[in-house]
Design a binder for this molecule. Structure first.
Ligand code: RBF
Ligand code: MG
Length: 237
């Protein structure tokens, strides 16, 4: 992935943004499969913006690096119910995990997708508000379902980061934080490049628009069907 920290400044008025992106069906190279153990980021998303993000480790990023495209993407994600068993990050998996027998397959209809709220914050509880559990935490059935997501890939020009990150904002209000859990992410399309902003409020507003655009875009049947893609099936771990 190449680029610089010089992102264009967002126009003052963003009222002209389209409410849906891409064609009626995902086109190559989408969908792109990412998988990794959720890492702790700056904690800035939840604390400062009210928009928590689950960060993917560097080892999960090769399929994105191949794209040579930074910016905001959309698709589906599942946080797997049990914490990652491996100490090292699991990274990108080329093949889908086995579907376990006892977990029901969850489907998301176009109607359900388009009626999901685009605002989910505040969630999950701040990590320091939840002391590390003695036993590994298992997520609830709701928290470990497939949900729509928006993902920011790049340098966060507004915050002038030095290192590229991939942060996933899942459109579901989680009951618990899920650091250390495996997350499968199916990227179905691109929304926009990263921009710099005159204010934090302007950035938040554009992220909320991204969420609305993602839900509208995912409600198209060919995209909604990907919520049941085997790659997103519950992990056998
Ligand atoms: N940061 C930016 O500096 N510019 C952006 O255009 C931008 N867009 C984002 C879009 C989405 C959907 C999300 C989840 C984050 C975005 N961010 C952007 C990153 C934001 O600054 C970051 O999540 C917080 O700084 C927490 O690390
Ligand atoms: Mg984060």
């Amino acid at each position: 992935m190449s680029g610089s920290n010089a992102a264009p400044m967002a126009p003052i008025s963003r009222e002209t943004r389209p409410s849906i992106v891409g064609g009626d069906e995902p086109e190559s190279p989408y969908p792109i499969q990412l998988r990794g153990s959720v890492t702790k980021g700056f904690g800035r998303g939840a604390r400062e913006l009210g928009i928590p993000t689950a960060n993917l480790p560097d080892s999960s990023l090769p399929p994105l690096n191949d794209l040579h495209l930074t910016g905001i993407f959309y698709g589906f994600a599942r946080v797997h119910s049990s914490p990652s068993t491996s100490k090292s990050v699991s990274g990108y998996m080329a093949s889908a995990p086995e579907r376990s027998q006892d977990e029901p397959s969850t489907t998301l209809s176009p109607e359900t997708i388009s009626s999901l709220p685009s605002r989910t914050a505040p969630y999950p509880p701040a990590a320091d508000a939840e002391p590390p559990a003695a036993e590994p935490k298992t997520l609830s059935a709701e928290d470990s379902r497939v949900w729509p997501m928006v993902m920011s890939v790049g340098w966060n020009p507004y915050y002038k980061n030095e290192k590229i990150t991939a942060e996933v904002h899942i459109l579901h209000p989680f009951a618990h934080n899920f650091y250390g859990h495996d997350m499968s992410v199916l990227v179905t399309g691109y929304i926009r490049p990263e921009l710099d902003y005159v204010s934090k409020e302007a950035l938040i507003e554009d992220i909320n628009t991204d969420a609305r655009v993602a839900l509208n875009s995912l409600a198209r049947p060919a995209y909604a069907a990907l919520a049941s893609d085997p790659f997103l099936a519950p992990s056998s771990k």
